[in-house]
Ligand binder design. Structure first.
Ligand SMILES: [Zn+2]
Ligand SMILES: [Zn+2]
Length: 270
């Protein structure tokens, strides 16, 4: 399975998974035009996309979903609550409901949606499996490290994990107290320290790629996020590639699987 993070942050999230000639877009939080630009910049083929799966209905995850689904003639796959919350915003797209914690086949992929604590209608972590059994987890906007989240992140070949904010930078951010407590609260976003603890818990020798995602522009830096997570991973069996997703440009495509991970960036703090 190949993973291309097309962009991640509070202004939009999308990534592409490819296996066996088919592709799945996970989240479509950019305009349709911007999605096409990003797919082109990453050298990916939009005509291979067979479905769009959504983690939740917030604009930074679903903005371009209806238009893209209509243009490509593919279904929108999401939890019942997400589809209901999208309502008219789902447009005329065909929809596929993902029940909690049950495997649903979709072209070359099997999707499993695990509920999370984020403050959306029915948000989920998505685990996507290909026909060879490779599994990629996508954990954006997860709120807090619940038991369901930690279960979803086990035994994966790759994990895209929210590392939203540095707790010190958030306190000094100048955001009103209500915004700060929403971000740090149970239904908000994972801090670097929470992401690091979760990564250390689920890291294993078979995890070939870990992508830190949804970094706050104002309350985080790639160096802080990688430093915090790499320090926690140092005591684990993780020997894969650690990447940080950017808001404005796609990351290079990575092959996911044992001994793979075409990018080799040094782990900060090692
Ligand atoms: Zn959200
Ligand atoms: Zn978000």
């Amino acid at each position: 399975m190949r993973l291309t993070v097309l962009g991640s942050g509070s202004r939009g999230n999308a990534l592409l998974l490819e296996a066996g000639g088919d592709a799945l877009l996970v989240d479509a939080g950019f305009s349709f035009r911007d999605l096409l630009r990003r797919l082109g910049a990453a050298g990916r083929d939009p005509t291979a996309i067979r479905a769009i799966a959504l983690t939740h209905e917030h604009g930074d995850h679903a903005r371009g979903a209806a238009k893209a689904a209509a243009a490509w003639g593919v279904p929108l796959c999401a939890s019942a609550g997400t589809l209901a919350a999208l309502g008219d915003r789902a447009g005329a797209a065909e929809t596929v409901t993902l029940p909690a914690s049950r495997r649903v086949a979709c072209s070359a992929f099997v999707l499993t949606a695990y509920p999370t604590a984020h403050d959306a209608a029915d948000p989920v972590v998505l685990v996507v499996e290909d026909r060879e059994g490779r599994k990629i987890g996508v954990a954006y906007d997860v709120g807090s490290p619940t038991a369901a989240l930690r279960l979803a992140c086990r035994e994966l070949d790759a994990l895209v994990l929210e590392a939203n904010h540095d707790e010190v930078m958030l306190r000094a951010s100048g955001y009103p107290a209500s915004v700060r407590s929403r971000i740090a609260g149970r239904g908000g976003h994972l801090s670097n320290a929470q992401a690091a603890a979760l990564a250390a818990e689920v890291a294993h020798a078979g995890l070939s790629v870990l992508v830190l995602a949804h970094l706050s522009d104002r309350c985080n830096t790639p160096a802080l996020a990688t430093g915090t997570v790499a320090a926690a991973l140092a005591a684990t069996a993780f020997r894969g590639t650690l990447l940080v997703a950017a808001q404005d440009e796609p990351l290079p495509t990575v092959d996911v699987g044992p001994g793979l991970g075409q990018l080799s960036l040094p782990l900060g703090g090692r």
